[in-house]
Design a binder for this molecule. Structure first.
Ligand SMILES: [Zn+2]
Length: 312
């Protein structure tokens, strides 16, 4: 049923686009990314030589995206699709790609880039994965963009791919990548200096979104509000978590903007901890307008909260 629905809307939308026509200069590559983080990295490298659209907004849970006909049209017109991969988009992306009727961006085609392939991936499970483990990603933790080192690797992979698709612009893309690399390195020094006094600080997070972030910035996650990835909290797990937080004197609970605050707030009341709604993606709050500003925002939020607790 969904497929017929999309099929019909697809044709209507396609006709509308053909009728509208476009006399504007065409950028070299028409890019669609699954997330705003990828869109930001693509813009850093592609500048005005590419057009970038994204699917999931930064304040949405990227594991679950409501498919819309407009996404199919965007994919139909793309020369390059960039995905986070590691099964982050596993529940929603495949039908959209299939229905785009665009051979160029199918997995394995030159216009398909899995940005995780050159990234440092954590939590790759060893041994058998069972349903009892919750929504565990068998290819490792897909929230890897939250290490700026991976942001750099992703930008480099994007520059390489854009150069492949538009060889005439390769020098431009490489120069843009070099400039991003330099600005990111400067920002990393600033972030590291800000968090340095709080090395080893223990926190709790709602979902397993932050392993790359905490590893990079020297924090320690002692528990999760979710009993297992993708599984809603339960009273028994919450009680256990409160006990553990009290025992280890944990005063920070990070919550992604798309989760309910009821349980985190209850935990905070019991433990005297502070709940921080911390965006894991560009566009998660209005201040996080690009990849570097996302870390600026998050690290500022975190450091300000730690200082206000006097726990530093
Ligand atoms: Zn996840």
């Amino acid at each position: 049923m969904t497929s017929i629905f999309f099929g019909r809307l697809f044709i209507v939308a396609l006709v509308a686009v053909l009728l509208a026509g476009s006399a504007a200069a065409q950028p070299a590559v028409n890019v669609v990314t699954t997330t705003e983080d990828l869109a930001s990295l693509a813009r850093e490298v592609g500048g005005d030589r590419i057009k970038v659209d994204f699917i999931a907004r930064g304040y949405q849970d990227p594991h679950y995206v409501e498919p819309k006909p407009s996404f199919i049209l965007r994919l139909h017109n793309a020369n390059l699709l960039i995905v986070v991969g590691r099964e982050l988009e596993v529940s929603w992306l495949r039908p959209l790609i299939e229905q785009s009727r665009n051979a160029a961006i199918q997995p394995g085609a030159p216009g398909y880039l899995d940005a995780s392939l050159t990234a440092r991936i954590l939590e790759i499970p060893t041994g058998e994965i069972t349903r009892a483990m919750g929504d565990v990603h068998p290819l490792g933790n897909p929230h890897y963009w939250l290490d700026p080192g991976n942001g750099r690797r992703m930008a480099q992979a994007i520059a390489r791919k854009l150069s492949q698709l538009s060889p005439g612009e390769a020098a431009y893309f490489n120069q843009r990548y070099a400039d991003f690399d330099r600005r990111l390195a400067e920002a990393e020094k600033r972030w590291e200096a800000m968090v340095a006094p709080f090395k080893g600080l223990k926190i709790v997070t709602y979902h397993r979104s932050w392993p790359n972030f905490v590893e990079r910035f020297g924090l320690q996650v002692v528990g999760y509000v979710e009993p297992k990835p993708g599984i809603p909290s339960s009273p028994a797990h919450t009680l256990e978590l409160i006990k553990e937080m009290t025992r280890q004197n944990v005063k920070i609970v990070l919550v992604e903007p798309y989760f309910d605050l009821k349980t985190p707030n209850a935990i905070a009341r019991q433990t005297g901890a502070k709940v921080l709604v911390m965006p894991p993606s560009v566009g998660g709050v209005k201040e996080a307008t690009d990849y570097i500003r996302l870390f600026d925002y998050d690290i500022n939020l975190l450091v300000t909260a730690i200082k206000s607790l006097g726990a530093g």
